[in-house]
Design a protein around this ligand. Structure first.
Ligand SMILES: Nc1ncnc2c1ncn2[C@@H]1O[C@H](COP(=O)(O)OP(=O)(O)OP(=O)(O)O)[C@@H](O)[C@H]1O
Length: 329
């Protein structure tokens, strides 16, 4: 690995490289990923510091503290974990323009790495980070959710309400995720729960306002608002989403039979679901959602309390290190 540029840069600046590790990601196997990365950093004499999260929400707190402590100096904060970890790190860092977020995939789904072209292999993703620090990082869009109480939650992958949010909630609280992760089948856990919940889910009517235009969907299964194409462990829910275009991409699945929705899900891994007439694809900068009855919602797979949601794009709001350049998206 050639880190000369990185070491030279470090010698001339007060830039810092910090890792925030979720030891629980992928049911504990993220720690093996971190051990490998830590060993490589030590072998290459790369200066760094690291902290492990101790509870849900801790990565966000740590990111905020580190960003403030950096006092305006450039800080590279690398999330080591899954999409929940990068979601938290990004939320903690978002109001600090001196922070650049990186990611080493150590979770079950890792959709952030798919969407941003980051290699799956920890050694390769570390190389991409060191290269990104030496040469360039890019500014990516993020989505901002405004809650009724005025609080804000940001998402970097996607947010959703309805059936998909129910699935992420069930997956995150299930023992099955652990078992399938042990068998290296973690990415199938979403598909498994999807089939399980399919026969009992109660659809809702949705009223959606996109950039001032009001739309009504009867009997909607879910709505997803995407910043990048992937969610749920590799499903290409929004093939045209691009985190560098200043636009949010909306997918609504509605008025479809329980049997037919299985075909939609079978086709979503390749992004072919958008050909179904029951799948509506939209774009906009501001999206608000109202549902006929309370439905679960998520941001980057993490549960959100409220279902009356407004989301807006924040163009180029966060510095990120990506893998293969923008083409990776
Ligand atoms: N020490 C901890 N103990 C318990 N939960 C934690 C801890 N640290 C972080 N978490 C929580 O673990 C949850 C899952 O983390 P994460 O999403 O990174 O991993 P994953 O679920 O394996 O991966 P993916 O989201 O990509 O499928 C997050 O909600 C996070 O807040």
């Amino acid at each position: 690995m050639n880190h000369e540029d990185f070491l030279e840069d470090k010698a001339h600046s007060r830039e810092e490289l910090k890792f925030i590790i979720n030891p629980q990601a992928k049911n504990g196997s993220c720690l093996k990923v971190w051990k490998k990365v830590e060993q490589m950093l030590k072998e290459e004499n790369i200066p760094f510091s690291a902290a492990r999260t101790e509870y849900q929400g801790h990565a966000r707190e740590l990111a905020k503290i580190y960003a403030e402590q950096a006092g305006g100096q450039r800080l590279y904060l690398v999330a080591v974990g899954g999409d929940g970890t990068v979601h938290e790190v990004m939320n903690g860092a978002v109001s600090h323009r001196n922070v650049t977020v990186g990611f080493i995939p150590g979770g079950s789904g890792n959709d952030f790495s798919r969407g941003f072209g980051i290699p799956k292999d920890p050694a390769e993703s570390l190389k991409a980070i060191l290269k990104g620090i030496s040469h360039s990082s890019v500014k990516a869009d993020i989505g901002m959710i405004r809650h009724i109480d005025g609080k804000k939650t940001y998402f970097i992958n996607n947010m959703g309400a309805g059936f998909d949010a129910l699935i992420s909630r069930k997956v995150n609280s299930s023992k099955m995720k652990g078992i399938l992760n042990q068998l290296s089948l973690g990415k199938f856990v979403y598909a498994l729960f999807l089939v399980k919940e399919l026969f009992t889910y109660k659809c809702s009517d949705l009223e959606i306002v996109i950039d001032g235009k009001k739309l009504h969907f009867d009997s909607a299964w879910f709505i997803t608002i995407s910043n990048q194409p992937f969610y749920g462990g590799g499903m290409m829910i929004s093939p045209d989403a691009n985190p560098f275009d200043g636009i949010l991409n909306v997918t609504v699945v509605h008025n479809i039979s329980r049997i037919k929705i299985l075909f939609v899900f079978a086709s979503v891994f390749k992004g072919r679901h958008i050909a179904f007439k029951e799948v509506t694809v939209l774009q906009g900068q501001n999206v608000s959602i109202r549902s006929s009855h309370p439905i679960p919602a998520h941001a980057d797979g993490e549960a959100l309390g409220s279902t009356q949601i407004s989301a807006s794009v924040c163009p180029e709001a966060i510095h990120v290190i990506i893998g293969n350049g923008k083409d990776g998206c």
